[in-house]
Design a protein around this ligand. Sequence first.
Ligand SMILES: Cc1ncc(COP(=O)(O)O)c(C=O)c1O
Length: 361
Amino acid sequence: MSSQYQREPELGDGLRLHLNENTGGCSPKVIEALRALSPLDAAIYPDYGRVTDVCARHLGVDPARLLLTNGLDEGILAAAIAYLQREPTPLSRSASRSTSRTGDGAPEGLIAEPCFGMYADCIEAVGGRIVRVAPPADLAFPLDAVLAAITPRTRVIYLTSPGNPTGLLIPHAAVHALARALPHGLVFIDEAYADFTDAHFLGELDAAPNVVVGRTFAKAYGLAALRIGAVVGDAAVIAQLRRSLPPYSINVAAAVALEAALGDQAHLDAYRAAVRASKARVYAVCDRLGLAYWPSEANFVLIRVGDRATAIVEALRQRRIFVRDRSTEPGCAGCIRITAGVVAQTEQALAALEDILCAVA
Ligand SMILES: Cc1ncc(COP(=O)(O)O)c(C=O)c1O
């Protein structure tokens, strides 16, 4: 699987504003919980009963409707395995000559661009066919175009709300319309950034049994390195996704970390407040410099800096400030994406951006 994560060589103490991480760090209660692990905890296979109950309570769902995953990436992969995998191609010479893994008859996974790269990677990895829907100029969710792209072979539609890289929400009515149009397939709403907004689909799941919601604790909760995410949906669908994964894909450190992180609401609230304040600063600088941006429901902002986007990202990199160049993605010409978290870090990045823009103007 080709990784879409942008690897920065020799990152060192640079400012990581390119992967939407919580660069303020996780709750200290998480570190305490990790320190409290015993040699025996490390030696035995983990039990997920307790952390599943805690997480289900936190999300307000029945534990049978929750699958904890090794990062949300694994939830995305589980959906691809369960819904898009073809019969394995026999390894005989004649079969390998005549069968294309992603040929015409392949099950299709639908994505609306621009979007998180892991969807396409996972669809491809299981032999599915990627169907891409192009964005409109304003990058709003193109419901009619996505509906029109559904075929009898469509098995999964991957959606992101708030979107990455736009930070825009997908209206619930659009999700319901897609679920109705795909009664035998799965609509996967990736809500990796839902902790930064009040709009999420969990309360709508009863009315849409073929929709699942994906969550991560990598972003708002700052557990990216521990790898823990979740998928929520109809119990039968969740059971099917569970069968696609190994039984112990979450390690004990991630399990205890999640429980501790969910118990520290104050830490989460403080970070969410910082994100809101940081976004306000980004918008203010963009307004002053006349740069277009997408008001974001997430912890990042997509900014149109113009045809020097790649040069600007490079100039920031020279100052050891890493932001994401999105300018080659559909609909994103001239755009960079900047994580908006710790206010002092945002201010440092904005000062550098303004400096660079004024120097090249
Ligand atoms: C939209 C989206 N989904 C999923 C993920 C991956 O989440 P995790 O780190 O839990 O695998 C990311 C990470 O950047 C993301 O942006």
